[in-house]
Write a protein that binds this ligand. Structure first.
Ligand SMILES: CC(C)(COP(=O)(O)OP(=O)(O)OC[C@H]1O[C@@H](n2cnc3c(N)ncnc32)[C@H](O)[C@@H]1OP(=O)(O)O)[C@@H](O)C(=O)NCCC(=O)NCCS
Length: 161
């Protein structure tokens, strides 16, 4: 079940975030933020949690604005993280569908994300969800002291013209 992500999910969301970070191919970040920081940064209407039958969090998706310029008012950047024990059963796909639906309903036309080229699961999930590869930014940032590339992905909504 996919539901709006609220403070009730805070601890599990941050723990899943940290688990993804610790695997080394999810983000340049090395430590998950505190809930308060996460809560402030992520758009309230475009964040969701996937829950199991007992209400445990299996994964989450959330988006941020990319710019304050009006031309980019309909462009957001997202993150999606699934608990290591819940992968490979469509949780990320369900979360991305919820995000696509909520953003399109709000008039947001583009969702973008940066993915490390080594993150095959994320590239596959996003391709399935209708994202395209824009290109690869070479040695764009240092991660644990090592320069890394990032593949830029976007989904331009066909519903908004
Ligand atoms: C990337 C991630 C979110 C995928 O979550 P998931 O719930 O396992 O993905 P899904 O089960 O919804 O998979 C969706 C599709 O991607 C494919 N896929 C998933 N993992 C894959 C892998 N390792 N290799 C190839 N394809 C893969 C699935 O086959 C599925 O396609 P299908 O619907 O045609 O079968 C998860 O691996 C994760 O949390 N990783 C750590 C955090 C991270 O890297 N987040 C992304 C940051 S950009």
């Amino acid at each position: 079940m996919v539901v709006p992500l609220t403070a009730a999910h805070a601890d599990e969301v941050i723990a899943i975030y940290q688990a993804g970070i610790d695997e080394g191919n999810a983000t340049f970040e090395t430590t998950a933020p505190a809930w308060e920081q996460f809560d402030t940064a992520k758009l309230a209407e475009h964040r969701f949690a996937a829950l199991d039958e007992e209400g445990r969090v299996l994964g989450w998706v959330a988006a941020t604005k990319v710019s304050d310029r009006c031309a980019y008012a309909g462009v957001v950047e997202h993150s999606v993280y699934v608990h290591p024990d819940a992968r490979g059963r469509g949780v990320a796909s369900a979360l991305l569908k919820a995000l696509v639906d909520s953003t399109e309903a709000a008039g947001i036309w583009t969702i973008q994300s940066g993915v490390f080229p080594e993150n095959a699961a994320s590239l596959a999930v996003h391709e399935r969800a209708g994202f395209r590869v824009i290109g690869t930014r070479e040695r764009i940032g240092r991660h644990h002291g090592r320069w890394r590339d990032v593949v830029l992905l976007e989904r331009r909504s066909p519903a908004i013209s």
